[in-house]
Write a protein of this length. Structure first.
Length: 108
């Protein structure tokens, strides 16, 4: 999967989420996701199906985890719990770190 398709999947998930998540996400990141996505790759989020069953790419899952960790966790306990989950799977945390670098590169 190419990076633009990953952005498309993340964009689709963000579009399906409650507006509070959009408001918690910095505008420059939302702009990057919107401008970098592949507009020909349409990923449809089914609101009645759990996100874990939506066949998201591992890269999109990692990017969403990074967004949750940095912006959406409600408190420190929730953030620590997510960090423990990510650390339990080194592959995912490394993927998340790499995607965070891509996502935040030249976007501030």
């Amino acid at each position: 999967m190419n990076q633009k398709q990953v952005y498309s999947e993340v964009y689709a998930v963000l579009s399906a989420l409650n507006n509070e998540y959009i408001q918690k996400t910095p505008q420059h990141i939302l702009n990057k996701i919107n401008t970098e996505r592949d507009r020909n790759y349409l990923f449809h989020v089914k609101e009645d199906v759990p996100l874990t069953e939506q066949n998201l790419s591992p890269e999109a899952i990692a990017m969403l985890a990074a967004l949750k960790l940095d912006y959406w966790c409600e408190n420190e306990a929730e953030k620590e719990e997510l960090e423990l989950i990510l650390k339990a799977n080194d592959k995912d945390i490394n993927l998340s770190s790499n995607l965070k670098r891509i996502l935040f590169k030249n976007s501030q």
